[in-house]
Design a protein around this ligand. Structure first.
Ligand code: AMP
Ligand code: TRP
Length: 325
């Protein structure tokens, strides 16, 4: 099967990205699917980006992808702007996209509220570019987090519209979610995200990991160690559920609800479990980042492979649309 997905290079990927989507990227590669993974820098500039940060984040995001187990020899990993066919096809799809449909996108509504000035056109048409990303590779499966579902619905709608209006050449791609629907941030309320400063990066070092966990919000009703806590409403327990064994979970529930363990002991256990997962990833990441040239070569090789497929589809599309004369 063909697999396609993307991640924006807007800072360090975090545990929400990993558990919500990236874990599946690795699983699919291991199942020997034909995988294309894009670093979506053209999506990133729908919100203002600093040039140096964008360059740095592009390399860091690639290093993270390589460190979690994606192998550039097996999967095609590339930077979106290195493959011009994406924006070329997005133009054609935008001519099939109803404006009302675009204005209904939840992410557009949320993000445009946050921008100080009127939202830009790119923010509105962003899901069309995402549809172009996916359809150019005629991907069957798209591993993403739940927040991307609406964009995938639009992708299927645009595939259908193209098929009906021009010629049936596209399959409707299926969404693949992980078991983790949403990782909540350390503030205990919002979704973990790069911009909200409530996240733990995939390559968080031990010192900052502990700083973040030790100050994270817990059950607000538990003020003293002798107060009995309620794990079911505690954010730290929701993280335990993602990272800890059944035995540890039972220890937390019994200890917290009977006031036998304090929040710090509970957080120490969580620290140990998260750190066990992150340590090998962090070590590989440090190695990759020592050699940015190697990252760049891998990305350029990826772009070459992606360009080949994308250009083939674009040629087919240009012919169907009537651009070849
Ligand atoms: P982004 O960082 O917005 O490019 O997201 C990359 C992938 O991670 C997408 O598939 C998102 O759906 C997923 N994702 C981002 N934040 C979270 C979260 N807090 N919980 C679960 N999945 C997430
Ligand atoms: N829009 C996705 C996000 O913000 C990233 C992305 C870009 C993507 N192109 C894609 C995801 C194609 C899946 C398929 O997370």
């Amino acid at each position: 099967m063909r697999v396609f997905s993307g991640i924006q290079p807007t800072g360090m990927a975090h545990l929400g990205n990993y558990l919500g989507a990236l874990k599946n990227w690795v699983n699919l590669q291991q199942e020997e699917h034909e995988c294309f993974y894009s670093i979506a820098n053209q999506h990133a500039i729908t919100l203002p980006q600093d040039r140096e940060n964008l360059r740095k984040s592009t390399l860091q995001t690639a290093a993270i992808l390589f460190s979690i187990g994606l192998n550039p020899e097996k999967s095609t990993i590339f930077v979106q702007s290195d493959v011009p066919a994406h924006t070329q096809f997005a133009w054609i799809l935008s001519c099939l996209s109803p404006i009302g449909e675009m204005e209904r996108m939840i992410q557009f509504k949320e993000k445009s509220k946050k921008t100080r000035h009127m939202a830009n056109l790119g923010l509105l048409s962003y899901p069309v570019l995402q549809a172009a990303d996916i359809l150019l590779y005629k991907a069957n499966l798209v591993p993403v987090g739940k927040d991307q579902e609406q964009h995938l619905e639009l992708t299927r709608l645009l595939a259908k519209k193209f098929n009906n209006f021009y010629k049936p050449i596209f399959v409707e791609p299926k969404t693949l979610h992980t078991k983790t629907i949403k990782v909540v941030g350390l503030d205990g309320t919002a979704k973990m995200s790069k911009s909200a400063k409530n996240h733990i990066s995939i390559v968080e070092n031990e010192k900052t990991l502990w700083e973040k966990l030790s100050t994270a919000v817990t059950d607000p009703a538990r003020i003293k160690k002798t107060d009995k806590g309620n794990p079911q409403i505690c954010n730290i327990y929701s993280l335990h559920k993602l990272f800890s064994t059944q035995q540890d979970l039972e220890w937390v529930v019994a200890g917290c609800s009977n006031a036998k363990i304090g929040c710090i002991e509970c957080k120490k256990k969580l620290f140990k479990n998260i750190n066990e997962l992150l340590k090998p990833i962090r070590e590989k990441y440090v190695e990759w980042m020592k050699n940015p040239e190697k990252i760049k070569i891998s990305l350029k090789n990826g772009a070459q492979k992606a360009n080949k497929i994308a250009q083939q589809t674009l040629d087919e599309i240009y012919d169907i649309v009537g651009f070849k004369y």
